[in-house]
Design a protein around this ligand. Structure first.
Ligand code: AR6
Length: 188
């Protein structure tokens, strides 16, 4: 499913983020930046050992922040390592930190004048964030970021599995009905 905000296309797809041909893919990392399971493990495997060699030099990353590296053997030129929060119900810091992880990734992409960026559903695996709540925050943070001029022309959300994809498609549709900045496009 596709939608447009200003000059930027939002694209939700079901798939594997490591194969995306975009300027940067975002990694759902942890504070050590030394790799792990889930999407982090898949990205490190696909990028090769040079990625770990670079992340070792970065001194970690705080929750809610992000750091950029090269993409090495990935089709993407860069990896933006974002650290989302571990989910805890009824803690206002948790949604704030998830929004911050998305915003910091977008800021880094903008600083590097990137045109295309792909996000996984940060925090919704090992970190336990309910998919629908996390999706709402991801899409809202991205749409709000696009209120300012940007180099980004394509932001893709790469969802692992049909259920995660369905959550994004439904949320995007609902947001487009309520938010005049967002219009749905016919998929090709
Ligand atoms: N492409 C796209 N999405 C994926 C892929 C993939 N190849 N693999 C998994 N997902 P997770 P988190 C989805 O657990 O919750 C790591 O060990 C997955 O289905 O990767 O932020 C890190 O090192 C889920 O919806 O990240 C941290 O310690 C989403 O990606 C910790 O896990 C995120 O799941 C971070 O946990």
């Amino acid at each position: 499913m596709k939608a447009q905000v200003g000059q930027t296309v939002l694209h939700c797809v079901e798939g594997d983020i490591t194969t995306q041909v975009v300027d940067a893919i975002v990694n759902a990392a942890n504070e050590t930046l030394l790799g792990g399971g889930g999407v982090d493990g898949a990205i490190h495997r696909a990028a090769g050992p040079e990625l770990l060699a670079e992340t070792r030099t970065l001194g970690g990353c705080r929750t809610g922040d992000a750091k950029l590296t090269q993409g090495y053997r990935l089709p993407a030129r860069y990896v933006i390592h974002a650290v989302g929060p571990v989910y805890r119900a009824n803690d206002p810091d948790v949604p704030r930190l998830l929004a911050s992880a998305y915003r910091r990734s977008l800021e880094l992409a903008q600083q590097h004048q990137l045109a295309s960026l792909a996000f996984p559903a940060i925090s919704t695996g090992v970190y336990g964030y309910p998919q629908a709540e996390a999706c709402e925050i991801a899409l809202r943070t991205v749409v709000d970021f696009l209120d300012q001029p940007t180099s980004l022309r394509l932001i893709r959300f790469v969802l692992f599995g049909a259920q995660a994809y369905a959550v994004y498609a439904q949320t995007l549709q609902r947001m487009a009905q309520a938010d005049s900045r967002l219009s749905l496009l016919t998929d090709d």
